[in-house]
Design a protein around this ligand. Structure first.
Ligand code: GLU
Ligand code: ZN
Length: 298
């Protein structure tokens, strides 16, 4: 079986033990299958990305003993591919502009009669304020956030839901070889209604970015021929968005392997600001790459 996987860090801070685990696991899995390990730099958020963090990523990963083919894919050089995909979705009426801010969304979602706002992979599920009122005709608007009409998307994704009569039939959606936070593994399935209710109208193009994490990751995995996505459990919920986008855009769905998260001694998952567990800090303290492997349980 062909096995192509990748590690896709964002250069917004130092890599820590959690990143080391993810990259080493992906590379080990590729090696075990005689496959390929790729690197991708996820630098669409220009306001938070820094060149020196990107350089340190290469440096830390090499030090860990990893290697990857050059040139490395960088999302900042893929903006035209993102734009093309957005145009295709726009022309099918699947996107609509929305300029609601966080406060508008919290207010609309938390209206007293609605109860506690539901949360999805991107936070509070968008209550749909702009869905019916915003204009979907004409050329695609620039520098305006665009949301996916999830109800319509779930309806037109033909491989998943053949007709509205089958809305309640769960179909195999993608294969999970790791586990979600609640132990979800094997074939992961959803109905159209479950997708609608657990995702909501997510933003696919952000202001000043011309894309979003979800759209870019899906297009890039396909462009790099990734067959197996190995990444942290924190992205398990987002996977349903990614698979839906693959269906909408006619892209293959890889196998997903979500792995455990590395936590600190208090059980909290590591964050970018956890400088104490930065790989560079361990290196400076004389820790070896083998010791890092042991620390993350590899
Ligand atoms: N760039 C994402 C991150 O650093 C990872 C994306 C992915 O693996 O799908 O969290
Ligand atoms: Zn809105």
């Amino acid at each position: 079986m062909k096995f192509v996987t990748r590690f896709a860090p964002s250069p917004t801070g130092p890599l820590h033990l959690g990143h080391a685990f993810s990259a080493l696991l992906a590379s080990d899995m590729a090696a075990a299958e005689g496959g390929q390990f790729l690197l991708r730099v996820e630098d669409i958020d220009r306001s938070r990305c820094r060149t020196h963090w990107e350089e340190q990523i290469y440096d830390d990963l090499s030090w860990l003993g990893l290697s990857w083919p050059e040139p490395v894919m960088r999302q900042s050089s893929r903006l035209s591919a993102y734009e093309e995909a957005l145009k295709a979705l726009w022309s099918r009426g699947l996107l609509y502009p929305c300029t609601c801010n966080r406060r508008d969304i919290a207010a609309a979602a938390g209206a007293p009669q609605e109860g506690v706002p539901l949360h999805g992979p991107d936070g509070i599920i968008y209550p749909g304020t702009c869905r019916e009122v915003s204009d979907r005709t004409g050329p695609i608007p620039h520098n305006t956030p665009l949301r996916l009409d999830i109800e319509m998307a779930a309806r037109v994704a033909p491989d998943m839901f053949k007709s509205s009569a089958q809305r309640f039939v769960k179909k195999p959606f993608y294969e999970e070889t790791g586990a979600g936070p609640n132990g979800e593994t094997g074939p992961v399935t959803f109905t159209a209604d479950e997708l609608r209710d657990t995702i909501g109208d997510v933003v696919l193009s952000r202001r000043d970015m011309g894309t979003s994490y979800h759209l870019s990751v899906v297009l890039d995995d396909a462009a790099q021929g990734v067959t197996h996505v190995v990444r942290g459990q924190d992205l398990f919920e987002a996977t349903r968005i990614h698979v839906l986008l693959q269906v909408l855009l006619g892209l293959p769905t890889p196998v997903y392997h979500h792995h455990k998260l590395i936590r600190d001694e208090f059980g909290k998952r590591l964050a970018k600001r956890d400088d104490a567990r930065a790989i560079s800090r361990y290196r400076a303290d004389g820790v070896s790459a083998e010791q890092i492997r042991a620390m993350v349980g590899l």
